[in-house]
Ligand binder design. Structure first.
Ligand code: ADE
Length: 441
């Protein structure tokens, strides 16, 4: 653990916690020699290995080495110990842009300036073949001069669920910023998906709330896929026109970056220097030692290798599913209740089924397999309210990552809760990564 007051690698004095996610914590720190403030993102290697995100991180670091722009938080260096990876990042003083929006929508000129800077940074990345794929408010910071900075472009695919409090935060894995084609999981153009997210961000800055907001995830999907928009009265016609073109359901006819930059509303008051990408030539980038970060005991052990082979190819949708602190309730509609629980597992479906069969046998429950990953477990004797019946449903996120839903479909609730607590949950221990609403073990 990095404790307050610790000195990291004799170089950085770690200060207060700035933010916390499932896999990472961000601390303020100071370079002991120069006193320069930095932000240090500490990533737990074990958790990353467990869900197969190591390759993703190493890919993302290569990406961060490629991008240096005034509106992108700079990665200074990467360090690692046996158990942790440390990203030393540019410290951005002014907090999250969306804390500002939560206090009220922004004036058109102010919103436009942030949008121009956002487009400048995203276009810069696209020009270097880098797509963010997960642009969201948590990643937008403000510096002391009120300039927007996209935080860790490239590392963004790492789940980060700081808070689940506010309207404007991507709470509980909702795909509020995700483009229709990402939801459809058909394979998508990263640039067009980023443009969509920029449109959602612009809407939020101007409106003070999300364009596609629904408690029920399926309803939200529908709204997104149809690009069902309502215009606040204060949105001028030029903004409406532009947003219609950005939040267009078909990515192939959606507006391009070049077209956004030609749009008259966008160009109003534009500071051309934001688009002068030569300000920070790519050659200036401080080399990041990738081998240092990844050449650790974990990467050379068989378990490490196996773990790394698991769960590769997660797309933005999978990451979003992962990113809500393992409370996947949003994914499947209702919230957890007394009659159902869910857990995530990094095992294959067949391992999960074998485990459920073992449990059913030991509890003398009759197990029947139904279509679509559904297993039914039924008691033989009627209890207070008839025979207890439990459905377990296995949802595949990737071949090695599943969400398992356990639900009482008949019988007494108290009896079900008792059997869950005393028998089923302990017996599932080996295959559970995290129970819904709990942090992974
Ligand atoms: N929170 C997350 N990243 C940060 C950064 N680079 N600076 C300040 N706060 C942050």
């Amino acid at each position: 653990m990095v404790e307050k007051g610790n000195i990291l690698m004799e170089k950085y004095e770690i200060g207060k916690l700035l933010g916390k996610g499932s896999f990472a914590k961000v601390y303020h720190a100071r370079n002991v020699k120069t006193t320069q403030s930095v932000a240090i993102k500490v990533i737990d290697k074990e958790k990353i290995l467990k869900c197969g995100l190591m390759d993703q991180i190493s890919r993302e670091i290569s990406v961060m080495k490629l991008v240096r722009h005034l509106n992108i938080v700079q990665l200074y260096e990467v360090m690692a110990t046996k158990t942790k990876i440390y990203f030393v990042l540019e410290y951005v003083k002014g907090g999250e842009l969306f804390n500002k929006v939560q206090r009220g929508r922004l004036k058109e000129d102010v919103a436009r300036k942030y949008f121009q800077q956002l487009i400048s940074a995203v276009d810069f990345c696209h020009s270097r073949g880098v797509y963010h794929r997960d642009l969201k408010p948590e990643n937008l910071l403000l510096d002391e001069n009120r300039n927007l900075k996209i935080s860790d472009f490239g590392l963004s695919a790492l789940p980060d669920c700081k808070r689940q409090d506010g309207l404007l935060h991507t709470s509980c894995g909702t795909p509020a910023y995700v483009a229709p084609e990402v939801i459809h999981r058909k394979g998508y153009d990263g640039a067009k998906a980023d443009i969509w997210a920029c449109g959602v961000i612009l809407y939020v800055l101007l409106a003070g709330y999300l364009p596609f907001q629904e408690k029920n995830l399926m309803h939200m999907y529908k709204k997104i896929c149809k690009a069902e928009l309502k215009w606040p009265s204060w949105f001028c016609s030029d903004v409406r026109k532009l947003l219609r073109r950005i939040l267009h359901p078909n990515p192939s006819t959606r507006i391009s970056m070049a077209e956004i930059m030609e749009n008259p509303w966008f160009r109003t008051g534009l500071d051309a220097s934001w688009f002068n990408y030569t300000v920070h030539p790519i050659e200036d980038v401080v080399p990041v030692d990738m081998d240092l970060a990844f050449d650790s005991i974990n990467s050379s052990t068989i378990e490490g290798k196996q773990a790394r082979e698991k769960l590769t190819n997660l797309n933005a949708f999978d990451i979003i599913s992962l990113s809500n602190g393992f409370d996947l309730s949003g994914m499947f509609g209702e919230s957890p209740n007394k009659e159902e629980s869910k857990f995530t597992s990094t095992n294959t479906a067949s391992t999960i089924i074998t485990k459920l069969e073992e449990i059913a046998k030991s509890l003398r429950l009759r197990l029947t397999k139904k279509d679509g990953g559904l297993l039914k477990m039924e008691g033989s004797k009627p209890g207070r309210k008839g025979v207890m019946s439990i459905n377990t449903e296995i949802f595949q996120i990737t071949p090695n990552f599943h969400v398992v839903e356990i639900k009482k479909t008949s019988g007494d609730t108290l009896e079900y809760q008792k059997v869950m607590k005393q028998d089923i949950r302990p017996a599932l221990k080996d295959i559970v990564w995290a129970w819904q609403g709990e942090q992974p073990q």
